[in-house]
Design a binder for this molecule. Sequence first.
Ligand SMILES: Cc1ncc(COP(=O)(O)O)c(C=O)c1O
Length: 310
Amino acid sequence: MDDVRDSRVAALFSLIGNTPMIKLRFEPEGVTLYCKCEFRNASGSVKDRLARHVLSDAKKRGLLKPDSNILECSSGNTGIALSMVGSVMGYKVTILMSASASEERRRLIRQLGAELILFDSAGKYQTGIEMSRQMAAEDPRYFLPRQFENPLNVQDHEFGTGEEIISQVDGPIDAFIHGFGTGGTLAGCGLAIRKRWPKAKIYAMEPAEQALLAGECPCCHMIEGVADGFIPELLRSAPLDDHIKVTSADAMTMTRRLHRDYGLLVGTSSGANIVASIQIAQQMGPRANVVTLLCDRAERYFSTPLFDRT
Ligand SMILES: Cc1ncc(COP(=O)(O)O)c(C=O)c1O
C-alpha cells in the first residue's frame, strides 16, 4: 500500500513547481514583462509549493504520524493546497476558514477530502490562528504547518521558485515585484534574485486601500490572497527596496484584461502584480528585465465582483 501511495504522491508532486515563464507585451503602456505562471501548479496556485515542502519535510522528520491531522487557518489557496497534498499523502486535513470565504473555495476543500471549520469573520485572521493553536494544544494529533511563521516557506521559494526564475530569464533581472500574504514568496524569491543579481530591485505590491508598508490605515480591499491586515513576520527577511500601491479597481480591470486579451484566467492579485510591474518597467526603460508572478486561477473567484459583468 505504501508503494501505491508513494507513486500517487510522486505523480502529484511532478505537477508542482517548474512552472512556465511567459513574456507578455503590454500596449499602449509599451512594456514587456516576464510572468511566471504559478496558476499552472496542480491545485491552481503558488501555495502548492508550500504544501509539498512543509508536509514532505514533516514526514521525513517523523512529525507526521498515521493518525496526524494537518490543521491550518487559511483564506483559500493554502487551504486548498494542504487539502490536496495532505489527503494524497494519506493524512486527515482540517482547514479553519473565515465564514466570509467564497463558496467555491469551501467546495474545493471539501471535495479534496478535508474537514472545513468556519469561524466568525469579524475577528479576521487572528481568530483562526488562535483557534488552531488552541486546538493543537488540546490534541497532540494536530500538526500545524504554520505558514505565517515557518521558515521552510521562505526557504522553498528561495531554492525553488527563485532559482527557477533566475534560470528562466535571459540575462540579469532588474526588478522583481510581488504581493504578500505570508510574505514567503516575496522574501524567498527576493533573496534568491538578489544573491544572483545584487543590483536587482525587489518591490512589494500592496493594495492601496490597505497599504500597511506605506504606514496607512488598514481597511477593505478586493485583492484576495494578499494583505491580510498585518505585516507578516516572514516579510522581515525580504530584501525590499520599496512598495507600490495598487487600487482594487485597477487590479480588477487589469485581471479582466488578462482574461479577455491574453486568455490567462488568473485571479485578482495577478492583475495587481501586473499593474505594479508595468509602473516599474516604465520607470526602468525598455531594456529592463522585470519579473512578476501570476499567482492563481480565476475559477476561485466566480462568486466575487471580479466576475460581475462589466
Ligand atoms: C492569490 C495569492 N496566493 C498566494 C500569494 C503568495 O503569498 P505568500 O506571501 O503567502 O507567499 C499571493 C501573493 O501575492 C497571492 O496573490
